[in-house]
Design a protein around this ligand. Structure first.
Ligand code: G6P
Length: 613
C-alpha cells in the first residue's frame, strides 16, 4: 500500500528518494511522485511505475537536499497523475499514507475559503488545511510550518502518516503519525523519514519509531519531537537489524521465488530457540505467558488473508492436541460483529506486517470488550500490533517483499504449532514423550521443506498445463483444507486464474457442477485419517472428466493414470504436514504465474501491507 520517503540532508537527496520508492514498490501502488526544495518547490509525478517517475525526474533535472516522495495505492480517486502525491498548496507539499475520514467536510470548508482542488484525493485536503492554518484562516496564524501541521492534525480524523515541506522553510521537513507507521533515519549528515524501515537501510541502521500522535520537525542537524499532548519527547534510537541485501533479489528472478526458497532458513531462524531444548518453556511467548496460559479456556484467532489461513490450520492443531476450543475470525468481520467476550479467552492476532488496519482494529475491538489475554504472532518486531498485545512471538522470516505471502505463512505455522504444544502442556494434554517427538519434528522441518523444494522441476512441468486455464478448484480435508484455501489464494493473487478451495467432502454439494475437462482440480492428499474419504472424492472428479493434480504422500497409494497426475511428497509429516504441502502449492502458483506472464511480485490491484480499512 502507499509508501512515504523523506529527506533533509547535506547531500542531494533525489536519488535517495527514488531508491527508497523502489524499495517500497513491493507494498503495491499505482502511481508515484516526489517534490524537492531548491529555490522553490519542484515536483514530478507519474502514473505507473517508479521507473517512469525516475525518467521524468531525470528529464526535468529535479534536484535538492530537502524532499518528500510517495507511492500511491488508489483509495480516493482513480490512479492518475493528478491524484498522485505530493499534493501542493501554494509552495507547500504533502505526502500522506492512510485515510482522512472527515475529508469531505474539510474540503467544503476549504473551498469556502477559496482553495481550488485539482485532485479527487483526501490528501489534497491536508495540503490546503496546513496552508489555511499557516495563514491563520483556520485557528491562530501559525508561527512556522511545524505549528501549522500541529494545527491541521488537530482537525483530521482517521489514520495517517504525513510528510510536509514548504518554500517558507526550505531547510526542514515536518512529519506526523497517527495510525499509519512512520520512522526516522538518523545520520550525521541528515535526517530521513519513511513508512518502512527497508527504505532507510541504504543510508542508516539507526532508526527512531514514531508513536501515534507524534509530530516531528527534522532539520539536517536536529530532530524536534512532540507527542499527542504537544509535550516535547524523545524516542529511543534503535539499531535496525535489517540489512540492505535482505531486501535485494540476489540470484533470484522474483522476490516470491527468493522467499519460497528462503523457507528452510526462515523456519530454522524462527525455531532457533528450541534448537537444543529438551522441553518447551512458555517464556518464548513473553514473560507473562505462563500465568496467562494457565487462565486460558479457549482461543480466538483474528487475522486477514494468508495469515487467517495460518489461524485456520492452527484451529485443527489446538483442538486436537490441546483440547481447547478455538475459533478463527476474519478480522474485518469480527470488528463489526456483536460477539460474546470471554475474559479467559486467548486472543491471537496473526499478521506478517503487524500493520494491517483490520487486524489492528479487531485487536482494539477485542480489548474494548474486556479481553486482556492478547498475543501477537508477527514478522515485524517494531510493528504496531506487537506493541499492543500482552504476549508476542516474532517470526524470524526476514523481510517479505513479494505481495503473495510465503515464508511468513510457514513461519506463522511453526509459531502456532509451538503455541499448540504449550497450551497442551499447560492443559496436561502433552506427555513428555510426545513433547519430545513434536520438538524433533519441528527441528527437522527446515530439512523437510528443503526436500519439497526439490520437487520444483516436476511442478514447473505441471504449470505448463495451466497456461490456458481460467478456473481451478483446490480440494483438501481436515487440517489440509486451510492449505487448499491458501493454495487457491496464491493462484488467484498472482496468476489471476479464478481459484476456489473446498473441503473435498463438500464437492458434491455444488462445485462438482463446475467440473469438466477444462477444470484442473488440485488435491492436497497426505496419508492421514481422511485419505480414503478423499480418494472417494477424487473418484467423483475423475468420473466427470476432471483433471486431477494430486500432491500425495509416498504411502498414499495414489498412482498417476489418465486424467490423474500425481506428485509424491518427499516425507509423510503427520500433524505438521500442512507446512510441507503449502510449499508445493506456492511453487505451483509461482510457476503458473510465470507461464501466464503476470507481474509475480506486484500483482495488479493488490498491496502488501493493507493499512486502510
Ligand atoms: C494483504 C497481503 C497478503 C496478506 C494480508 C494480511 O492482503 O497481500 O499477503 O496475507 O494482507 O497481511 P498481514 O501483514 O496482516 O499478514
Amino acid at each position: 500500500m502507499c509508501g512515504i520517503v523523506g529527506a533533509v540532508s547535506a547531500k542531494e537527496c533525489t536519488n535517495f528518494l527514488l531508491a527508497g520508492l523502489t524499495t517500497l514498490e513491493y507494498r503495491g501502488y499505482d502511481s508515484a511522485g516526489l517534490a524537492v526544495l531548491n529555490n522553490g518547490l519542484q515536483r514530478a509525478r507519474a502514473k505507473g511505475r517508479v521507473a517512469e517517475l525516475a525518467s521524468k525526474v531525470a528529464k526535468g533535472d529535479i534536484q535538492g537536499q530537502v524532499g518528500i516522495a510517495h507511492t500511491r495505492w488508489a483509495t480516493h480517486g482513480v490512479p492518475a497523475e493528478r491524484n498522485a502525491h505530493p499534493h501542493i498548496s501554494e509552495g507547500l507539499a504533502v505526502v500522506h499514507n492512510g485515510i482522512i475520514e472527515n475529508y469531505e467536510s474539510l474540503r467544503e470548508q476549504l473551498q469556502g475559503l477559496g482553495y481550488v482542488f485539482t485532485s479527487d484525493t483526501d490528501t489534497e485536503t491536508i495540503a490546503h488545511l496546513i496552508q489555511a492554518c499557516f495563514k491563520g484562516q483556520i485557528g491562530e496564524p501559525a508561527e512556522n510550518l511545524f505549528s501549522a501541521v500541529q494545527c491541521a492534525v488537530a482537525h483530521l480524523k482517521g489514520a495517517f502518516a504525513l510528510a510536509v515541506i514548504s518554500e517558507e522553510e526550505p531547510d526542514c521537513l515536518v512529519v506526523a503519525r497517527e495510525g499509519s507507521p512512520l520512522m526516522l533515519g538518523i545520520t550525521d549528515e541528515g535526517h530521513y523519514a519513511a513508512s518502512d524501515a527497508s527504505a532507510l537501510v541504504s543510508v542508516t541502521q539507526q532508526m527512531m519509531h514514531l508513536e501515534n500522535g507524534d509530530i516531528a520537525r527534522l532539520t539536517r542537524d536536529a530532530v524536534m519531537l512532540v507527542d499527542a499532548q504537544g509535550q516535547a519527547v524523545e524516542r529511543e534510537v534503535v539499531t535496525s537489524h535489517l540489512s540492505a541485501n535482505a531486501v535485494e533479489l540476489g540470484e533470484y528472478d522474483h522476490f516470491m521465488q527468493k522467499e519460497i526458497f528462503e523457507q528452510p532458513q526462515a523456519l530454522g531462524n524462527t525455531l532457533e530457540m528450541i534448537s537444543g531444548a529438551g522441553q518447551l518453556q512458555p517464556g518464548i511467548f513473553g514473560a507473562e505467558a505462563a500465568a496467562i496460559f494457565e487462565q486460558v479456556d479457549s482461543v480466538l484467532i483474528l487475522a486477514c488473508g494468508t495469515s487467517s489461513y495460518a489461524g485456520l490450520t492452527a484451529k485443527y492443531w489446538i483442538e486436537q492436541v490441546a483440547s481447547i476450543p478455538c475459533n478463527v475470525e476474519i478480522a474485518s468481520e469480527y470488528r463489526y460483529r456483536q460477539s460474546v467476550a470471554n475474559p479467559n479467552q486467548l486472543v491471537v492476532v496473526i499478521s506478517q506486517s503487524g500493520e494491517t488496519a483490520d487486524t489492528l482494529a479487531a485487536l482494539h475491538h477485542a480489548k474494548s470488550l474486556g479481553h486482556t489475554h492478547t498475543l501477537a504472532i508477527c514478522n515485524v518486531p517494531e510493528s504496531t500490533i506487537v506493541r499492543e498485545t500482552a504476549l508476542r512471538f516474532i517470526t524470524r522470516a526476514g523481510p517479505e517483499i513479494g505481495v503473495a505471502s510465503t515464508k511468513a505463512f510457514t513461519t506463522q505455522l511453526s509459531a502456532l504449532f509451538l503455541l499448540t504444544l504449550l497450551l497442551a502442556k499447560t492443559n496436561q494434554r502433552l506427555s513428555k514423550e510426545n513433547e519430545k517427538i513434536y520438538l524433533d519434528e519441528l527441528r527437522h522441518l527446515p530439512v523437510a521443506v528443503e526436500r519439497v523444494l526439490s520437487l520444483e522441476p516436476d511442478i514447473k512441468a505441471w504449470s505448463l498445463q495451466f497456461a490456458n486455464k481460467h478456473h481451478a478448484l483446490f480440494l483438501g480435508r481436515g487440517r489440509h483444507f486451510p492449505i487448499a484455501s491458501e493454495g487457491a489464494l496464491k493462484l488467484k493473487e498472482i496468476s489471476y486464474i479464478h481459484a476456489e478451495a473446498y473441503p473435498a467432502g463438500e464437492l458434491k454439494h455444488g462445485p462438482l457442477a463446475l467440473v469438466d475437462a477444462d477444470m484442473p482440480v488440485i488435491v492436497v492428499a497426505p496419508n492421514d485419517e481422511l485419505l480414503e474419504k478423499l480418494k472417494a472424492n477424487m473418484q467423483e472428479v475423475s468420473a466427470r472428466g476432471g483433471q486431477l493434480y494430486v500432491f500425495a504422500d509416498g504411502d498414499s497409494a495414489i498412482r498417476s493414470t489418465n486424467g490423474v497426475n500425481v506428485l509424491t511428497m518427499p516425507e509423510h509429516y503427520g500433524l505438521l504436514s500442512p507446512v510441507l504441502h503449502v510449499v508445493a502449492l506456492q511453487l505451483l502458483s509461482y510457476h503458473v504465474a510465470l507461464v501466464k506472464g503476470t507481474d509475480v511480485d506486484k500483482p495488479r490491484n493488490l498491496a502488501k501491507s493493507v493499512t486502510v480499512e
